[in-house]
Design a binder for this molecule. Sequence first.
Ligand SMILES: *Cc1c(COP(=O)(O)O)cnc(C)c1O
Length: 380
Amino acid sequence: MLNLTQQNWNGQNTPFYFYDLNLLQQTLQAARTEANRYGYHVHYALKANSNEPILKLIQQAGFGADCVSGNEIKQALATGFRADQIVFAGVGKSDAEINFALEHDIFCFNCESMQELEIISELAQQQNKIARIALRINPNVNANTHKYITTGLEENKFGINTWELADVLALLRRLPNLELIGIHFHIGSQITDLVVFEKLSLRVNEIQQWFREQAFNLKHLNVGGGLGVDYHAPEENPIPDFAAYFAIFNEHLAVQPGQVVHFELGRALVAQCGTLLSKVLYIKKGQKKNFAILDAGMTELIRPMLYQAYHKIDNLTSNLPEQVYDVVGPICESSDCFAQNVALPETKRHDLIAIRTAGAYAEVMASNYNLREKAPAIYK
Ligand SMILES: *Cc1c(COP(=O)(O)O)cnc(C)c1O
């Protein structure tokens, strides 16, 4: 599947990100087809990867945009996403970001606290507008994923807790410049156990029932994103099982007549199309360990260091018998290690190393720590 050949990278200085746009298109097509079966609206979470050529394909494939900053909204609009396809989430929206979103009449603010509701109403009033909002509710459903990418538990900073909802509705009745159009959930990322989405659906049903009892009919249900990808076998499973994913919601979510269901997928759409390519600078043999020291590090891909994430690592230029290495970067931090005890064909200086499944939450998190250059992206 990975469209990476000698000609594609020859002459390119490492490290660089390689994006397989064919695979991206096949992935978008698969997601589109499965979502269309049920009339679901999918918004792409720009924070996973906001490179222009990638955004363009996603926009052309008919997805909306899920933004978590004013600049993401700006980028989405510049790419051609319509304002009425843009949702805006985040626990800490600044006044400037809210004003920008109001000026452009985005589809919906996903609101995370009572104070935020008051501020959005106040700013909307100043612009003589009614802001469409959804309440991001913390459903207290465990995503069974790494604790740093779990967002739907009461101890997480995200969303409004269900015990606050009565107060929230009382507040909404007093805020004239807000229109409540739906409820929103996003419980975490890299979720591979689909039962989690069944639990989420059942919880959404309970919460929706409560709203109906309070005489609020919600036009929109937004169940967020979080579908995981196969980091261990990217070649075997380049495209996530969108059929199973959307079918779970179709089976368990109690959708009311006329109600529109929204999703916000990030990782599942873009993770597998990206690879980080790097060259080996040095092999350092120790008594306990062999280190393969790469010219890429946490400045290009921080997921292993930040979330203990696994990425498959391949040596593309050696077929010698295997040895065991700690694959590390050049950054002056002991945490700058992609993986420990990896079996690779015997590796030498200048071998080309591919770190797979680096399309999501990789290039977007790049930094210039140690005053490093930004690694370029190439597309095929
Ligand atoms: C990050 C994020 C997403 C996308 O999550 P993935 O795991 O990449 O699908 C969706 N919605 C919100 C509110 C987010 O913050």
